[in-house]
Ligand binder design. Sequence first.
Ligand code: FAD
Length: 391
Amino acid sequence: ELPPIEGDFYHLGHTLSPEQRELQLKVRAFMETEVKPIVNEYWLKAEFPFQIIPKLAELNICGLTYQGYGGGGQSFLMEGVLAMEMARVDTSISTFFGVQSGLAMGSIYLCGSEEQKQEWLPRMQQFKAIGAFGLTEPEVGSAAAGGLTTTAKRDGDTWILNGQKKWIGNATFADILVIWARDVDDNQVKGFLLRKDTPGFSVEKMHDKMALRIVQNGIITLKDCVIHETDRLQNANSFKDTAKVLQMTRAGVAWQAVGCARGAYESALDYTRKRKQFGKPIASFQLIQNHLVEMLSNLTAMQTLCFRLSQLQDEGKLNDEHASLAKVFCSLRTRDVVSKAREVMGGNGILLEYDVARFVADAEAIYSYEGTKEINSLIVGRAITGFSAFV
Ligand code: FAD
């Protein structure tokens, strides 16, 4: 009898309460039964499996940490564990969920007025309205803090928005898009709730991505879009407010990286126990075991770090550099784990049907989005040295 294939070597999942553990396993079961059987097909087609949304909504895990507005009032630790569970099967679905529950709902939860929260959050929590988060532009990625070229011009009770956004997840089918634009009068970044039927708004799907192919990223064009003042995020007054949203979601991305690594490790371990060469399972060879142990070491370090990260978040002590360090470490280590997983699977490691090829590709997107490794390193570097090295 072989031991179970379990990527939680230090039993961190068992430190959760029985109710939390039950929810973790419920989400795992959803991902295994509803997503895993179809995921490679949709990844290849670069299409989103909309049929899973009603069952995803039934799990009632969207906006898990929010107080009120349909949110669950649960811990960030629980939310992180669930992000890991989703990414363990597929990082695209986990990213779709992260954009909805974290970036889009989070912008409204952290920066919206009471009316805006009441109008959008309960519907979004149920996936009856889908959200997107538009910060990045074709010519402005890492330098978004000071460099946004999308403009907002106040005109009486309305604002006129012009510009382009690139890479915006869920944009092709979103009902409500949080758009970050520079106010031409005070030069500050402000957030706007753009409804999908706004005249002057158009979106084009990005094709031929080599990672997260299920996520529908779009290029948005805003041409004299008129947005009423009541649809401006009332508590977003500068990029510092945007950064609050990113701090919260970056912690979730670190957990996603753990999930991606865990999915690859568990697939690879399973494979090496079944695959025979020279008359023996390849898992019995010393060099293969060495690879597996290196993968597990990285995975265990990442999980332990993320557990503490979420505890800090739950204690209200999380700051930008905590979230950035976790994002840097986990996205870097995940690249290493998925590449070793591919290696121990030989040629089959590059076949989609064995799953690990998808994890390898998707790890590249995790590495770059929500702040690249360099940008997150600079955030930590600034905090520990006192010197900003951004420009
Ligand atoms: P650039 O900023 O052009 O950077 C290129 C390279 O230069 C990187 O290695 C970077 O680290 C490095 N670099 C830049 N400045 C410095 C510096 N000062 N010092 C050292 N190195 C530096 N954005 C959204 O707004 N909404 C979304 O939903 C969204 N979803 C995404 C989904 C995917 C799959 C991807 C890939 C991206 C998504 N993004 C989204 C955009 C993402 O946040 C950006 O790709 C990211 O911020 C990096 O910007 P960039 O790609 O323009 O790279």
